[in-house]
Design a binder for this molecule. Structure first.
Ligand SMILES: *[C@@H]1O[C@H](CO)[C@@H](O)[C@H](O)[C@H]1NC(C)=O
Ligand SMILES: *[C@@H]1O[C@H](CO)[C@@H](O)[C@H](O)[C@H]1NC(C)=O
Ligand SMILES: *[C@@H]1O[C@H](CO)[C@@H](O)[C@H](O)[C@H]1NC(C)=O
Ligand SMILES: *[C@@H]1O[C@H](CO)[C@@H](O)[C@H](O)[C@H]1NC(C)=O
Ligand SMILES: CC(=O)N[C@H]1CO[C@H](CO)[C@@H](O)[C@@H]1O
Length: 386
């Protein structure tokens, strides 16, 4: 079986071939569809039982609590990750050093309490997903900390409007980022090239890629990235798509992502920075020393997106759109519950969501500088090991 990271020639060839086919399929499809049709997507509002809405932990990092930050690309995770290491009001705060990305996060008793890029590096692989983390965190922690001990893991993550996230990923990739050293491990092995050909010449990057080309590559991992990275991929035979029909596969993956997300101790939403911060503080009984900044339009650069492109992106991210709706419903119910417990007025939901992209009628999207750059550009050879 071909290893995804090694068979470079094959990757390039397959990508070009697939891309050509896809481009054909894409434009062929575009001609047939009635482009004047207005897209209106209806989602049902999800409601959740009390025990799911009411998530609070009196976190004690000296005994057994460990936060595990699942960082999905282009969700503002770098900013959030830095808040976690630099900004939490703790008895023994992380020690950070000038010019070094990683901080030392240890409790008074020298226990590790934060599993994240800025505290430990990409110990489980670059932007490790749920499947990879589940399989790796415990042993990585044991290796790093020495003797085994009981730990209570709290998975945390940040989600983002899928269309904004996708466009942001496109911009990032067109500037030269690849994340090609991501392991994409599942069931003990890395994804193979047959399963996941690259969209670009492996030895190079996808620098300068147009939005249409980005949309046109079938194997582009940007599509439904949030759902995929939150699902238990063992349930769908990992990256092997041949054994299951696509509809069943999608359904199982989405269900699994929702199920896992529901079990996270906390997740935030980029579009609701302040509320995410408040909810984090409330959930873990921890405080940030500095408030999160609410992104807004003045912070963004405009991207022109045609209606056709918008529709294509939406179609490619159907699962993420449903997951996002689900997440937002749960998030908002948690925020409401928190506000009512804290006796705070309900009017303080601060979102810039309606400004992040104009929707199908505006033909404009914004790439909020969510600041997720860093060494992802150069990640192919560098993995921050220890
Ligand atoms: C993921 O799914 C597989 C197959 O259903 C299951 O055996 C496994 O326990 C799940 N993994 C975790 C960490 O829950
Ligand atoms: C994918 O799975 C099918 C059966 O589920 C198997 O026959 C096939 O060999 C697998 N393909 C790869 C590339 O592992
Ligand atoms: C947008 O953000 C900038 C910088 O954070 C801030 O100065 C400005 O007041 C904000 N604008 C609005 C309308 O919130
Ligand atoms: C978007 O399109 C408008 C009108 O076609 C053009 O004037 C503008 O420069 C474009 N903006 C970008 C960022 O490409
Ligand atoms: C508690 C709190 O955050 N209150 C704020 C709610 O929002 C208004 C403005 O919309 C602020 O003035 C309050 O301070």
């Amino acid at each position: 079986m071909l290893d995804r990271r090694r068979c470079k020639l094959y990757a390039g060839f397959a990508a070009v071939l697939v891309f050509a086919l896809l481009l054909f399929a894409y434009f062929g499809d575009g001609i047939r569809s009635t482009s004047s049709e207005k897209i209106v997507t209806h989602f049902k509002t999800n409601s959740f039982p009390v025990d799911v809405v009411d998530r609070r932990y009196d976190i004690d990092i000296e005994t057994e609590d460990v936060l595990v930050f699942l960082h999905i690309q282009k969700t503002g995770g770098s900013v959030f990750g830095r808040h976690l290491v630099r900004d939490l009001d703790l008895a023994s705060p992380c020690v950070c050093y000038k010019g070094r990305k990683r901080c030392d996060c240890l409790t008074a008793n020298k226990r590790l309490w934060l599993f994240s890029r800025y505290s430990m590096g990409w110990l489980c692989g670059l932007h490790a997903d749920w499947t990879e983390l589940q399989d790796c965190v415990e042993s990585a922690m044991n290796r790093k900390e020495g003797p085994k001990r009981n730990r209570r893991y709290h998975y945390i993550t940040i989600l983002r409007n899928p269309i904004s996230r996708y466009i942001s990923e496109w911009k990032h990739v067109s500037r030269g980022a690849t994340w090609k050293s991501a392991l994409l491990k599942c069931n003990g092995k890395e994804a193979t090239l047959e399963e996941l050909p690259f969209c670009y010449d492996y030895e190079s990057t996808w620098s300068g890629v147009t939005l249409d080309d980005f949309i046109g590559c079938e194997h582009n991992l940007a599509s439904n990235r949030q759902t995929r990275m939150l699902a238990n991929l063992s349930k769908i035979n990992c990256y092997n798509k041949t054994g299951m029909d696509p509809i069943t596969r999608d359904k199982l993956m989405l269900e699994s992502a929702k199920e896992n997300l529901k079990k996270f101790s906390f997740f935030g939403i980029v579009e609701f920075q302040r509320n995410s911060q408040e909810l984090f503080e409330y959930t873990f009984n921890l405080k940030f020393l500095e408030d999160f900044t609410q992104y807004n339009v003045t912070h963004s650069s405009k991207v022109n997106v045609s209606k056709k492109q918008y529709q294509a992106i939406s179609k490619l991210n159907k699962l993420d759109e449903e997951l996002y709706q689900y997440a937002k419903d749960l998030f908002l119910q948690r925020v409401r519950k928190m506000q009512s417990d804290l006796n705070v007025d309900r009017h303080n939901l601060t979102s810039y969501e309606k400004d992040t992209y104009g929707g199908p009628d505006s033909f404009e999207a914004y790439d909020e500088e969510v600041e997720d750059e860093d060494d992802d550009y150069y990640s192919s050879s560098k993995m921050e090991g220890n």
